[in-house]
Design a binder for this molecule. Structure first.
Ligand SMILES: [Zn+2]
Length: 424
């Protein structure tokens, strides 16, 4: 498998953003789309929403006073800001990832025990942020598990050496992992804060703070960051490859596998990290729709829904395009992303060949046996599969075209499937 360069990636993404046929771009060693005079078939790229810097109560950007970069908004955060994430998920039928910072959830000042973890070091005092809002927000998170995924971002976001704030918590500014004993300690305290607040088990996904991260081994370490957090249950890392140390090591272009952990290129966000109360515009250029929390919120929290609705309006069409779909949750996202990159389709007369040879090499990344295909045709079609089960065939009609969404239940280790179609 060869890498594509960043420029190629951007070019391909730009084609897609412009709504051009996905058959214009070639996948790694195969095709993720095919067309003939009758129809076009696509293995759509899944899209997942990832929201960074959730968890702060103070909105203050403290980086000029040795404090962390927070969300940089002109008000404190409130439980309604958590509800905004849930509402976005519910309205789109998805489960956004909330990449969470937990230091301001410390009810017992346990972070005094780890001087590198906050700006106050041994004198850490969080009493200001202990109040009923903790339980209110925790209730929102707990009661909406289908539309809210708590993703690990960090404890204090940065790393304090003596009195100095340095970027960032998990890796230094070159992407080299922080001392492993410190990383383990920070992970222990992330877990303790989850427990204090009954926020559920350790997350399975991770967004590195300040996007400082190394793919594979960094510095003198005999272990990669991915492997360290895999031991805690992390299965999935999301970070922009443009900023990742050893991005060339990522084997599959849109993602790489690091010690068995899938690492997905976040690409570029649509808005700046501190854009607050602004509506999204432009086009997504990759599988991650990356936001920072202020991007979803309004200056008046009772009006958060206005910004949420703007995102719903912006994102919904990606479910209706043949080239893309909105993934229901991270596990179906990872599954479809592997298919999008590795599974090949080819049209042969009245048949579509689906080839899983490359996909099967990444079996460990496939969380379920489903593959979603989209088929666009000018004529009404019926489908038939011999060796696999077709669980859904939903026709949608747009102008002169029919767009079918097919969910195929693949049998594990199956090398090939043949989908027959007929004009009805
Ligand atoms: Zn952050």
């Amino acid at each position: 498998m060869q890498n594509i360069t960043r420029r190629e990636f951007t070019r391909k993404s730009a084609l897609m953003g412009a709504g051009l046929a996905a058959s214009n771009f070639v996948a790694f060693g195969g095709t993720r789309s095919a067309r003939n005079a009758e129809l076009s078939v696509f293995i759509p790229m899944p899209i997942q929403i990832v929201i960074d810097d959730v968890g702060w109560w103070s909105g203050d950007d403290g980086h000029e006073s040795q404090q962390p970069y927070r969300t940089g908004i002109s008000r404190n955060h409130v439980p309604a800001d958590y509800q905004a994430i849930v509402d976005l998920g519910k309205k789109l039928g998805v489960r956004p990832q909330a990449a969470t910072i937990l230091c301001e959830w410390d009810r017992e000042n346990i972070l005094r025990e780890v001087p590198t973890i906050t700006w106050m070091r041994e004198k850490w005092d969080n009493s200001k942020w202990v109040g009923p809002w903790l339980d209110e927000a925790a209730d929102i998170i707990r009661n909406n598990q289908n539309h809210y995924e708590l993703t690990m971002h960090g404890v204090g976001h940065e790393y304090w050496q003596d009195e100095n704030m340095t970027r960032a918590e998990w890796a230094d500014s070159s992407g080299q992992m922080r001392p492993q004993d410190q990383v383990e300690l920070h992970l222990d305290y992330f877990q303790k804060l989850l427990n204090q607040n009954q926020l559920g088990p350790f997350p399975t996904s991770f967004v590195p703070t300040a996007f400082l991260h190394g793919f594979g081994m960094t510095g003198e370490y005999k272990i990669s960051m991915a492997e360290v957090i895999k031991k805690r249950g992390i299965e999935y890392i999301n970070t922009p490859f443009s900023n990742m140390y050893n991005a060339r090591g990522a084997q599959f272009g849109l993602f790489g596998i690091d010690s068995g952990v899938i690492t997905v290129d976040r690409g570029e966000d649509l808005l700046d990290w501190n854009d607050f109360g602004k509506r999204p515009s432009g086009a997504l250029t990759g599988p991650t729709c990356g936001l920072h929390w202020p991007n979803l919120l309004h200056k008046d929290p009772s009006r958060n829904s206005e910004i949420v609705d703007a995102w719903v309006k912006f994102l919904k069409p990606y479910n209706d395009k043949p080239e893309t779909l909105l993934a229901k949750n991270s596990s179906s996202f990872r599954n479809q992303l592997v298919h999008h990159v590795c599974t090949k389709v080819q049209i042969r007369e009245d048949k579509i060949d689906i080839d899983f040879l490359e996909t099967n090499k990444l079996n460990a990344q496939l969380s379920n046996n489903q593959l979603t295909l989209k088929i666009e045709s000018e004529r009404k079609l019926t489908f038939h599969l011999d060796d696999v089960k077709l669980s859904k065939s939903k026709p949608g009609q747009e102008k002169d075209n029919y767009l079918y969404t097919l969910v195929i239940e693949c049998i594990k280790d199956l090398e090939k499937a043949v989908l027959k179609f007929e004009v009805s």
